[in-house]
Design a protein around this ligand. Sequence first.
Ligand code: MN
Length: 344
Amino acid sequence: MSVPFIIYEQVDKFRRLLQDVQRIAILTHVNPDGDAIGTSLALAHCLRALGKEPTIFAPNPFPAFLHWLTGVEDIVIYKHATTKARAILNQSEMIICVDFNSLARLDEMGEYIRQLPAPRVLIDHHPNPEEEAFVLCLSKVEACSSAEVVYHIIKELGLASSLTLPAVEAIYTGIMTDTNNFLNNCNRPDTFRTVAELLEYGIAKDRLYESVYNNYTAQRMRMLGYALNDKMVVLPEYRTAYIALSREELDRFNFQPGDTEGFVNYPLSIKNVVLSCFLSENTENIRLSFRSTGSFSVNHFSRVHFDGGGHLNAAGGTSTLSLDETIAAFIQSVALYKDELAAV
Ligand code: MN
């Protein structure tokens, strides 16, 4: 099967780079999602099959709905084990960055990484990667997920037959979560051919869905109900809706990492709403998640106004203003796009 989005010469370069190294650090982005963790686990598996010694690092903890994946117990959380993480990173001969396009997406871990001498390789699908930060960018914006990219790299490296069931489950989980269970960003027939190949390995796809999507606490569901009933604001003139939750509100529902995952998708179910924003108050800043339908680029919107980025229809950003000030800034920014939003 020909897969147009993999550039075979780049995989050859990756193969040559791998020949000279043994200890490899795999890094993923802050607030890691299913694609970040799934791709990292699959890549670690494939590197071990090549006789390498990979270690996976995440800047901060990942959600509980990913804890069932095989191998997650070995992921080093930089925020919690900084000294240990730095000791391993110092020994790493190559750094592979997974599912993000700029070292800024590593938060404070990014500054530490930047001064390390080890060559960096990128495996990703976000637009406009920071190319000067990497010796090789295996970055395919057409791919639905980094998991899809890494699967084809693994195949091209000749390692498809070495994939174990847990590694295939990790790849499938990356694709399933980044496409919101095959709803978003997956119109390429090749994605479904890839999924068909993964099913040939015998993975239990329904069980994987259950593990990710039907694994929430009752408190998380009550928080979702509160967010939709009491906190969602619709701005019909801008075809926009947003939900903002303060630290106090998150604490009231015993917020755990990952609990608000997916909240941003709900307002898009409203007729005529084409832009949705979810704002949440962290200890350090305000996090914003954006979703859009059609041609409105939240990648552009979040880059310009909220120091962020992502994909055409899914992106994130941050703000160091207060929550109320951030909401006001969001509405002001949206107003600049009134005509564009009307035309979606
Ligand atoms: Mn991704």
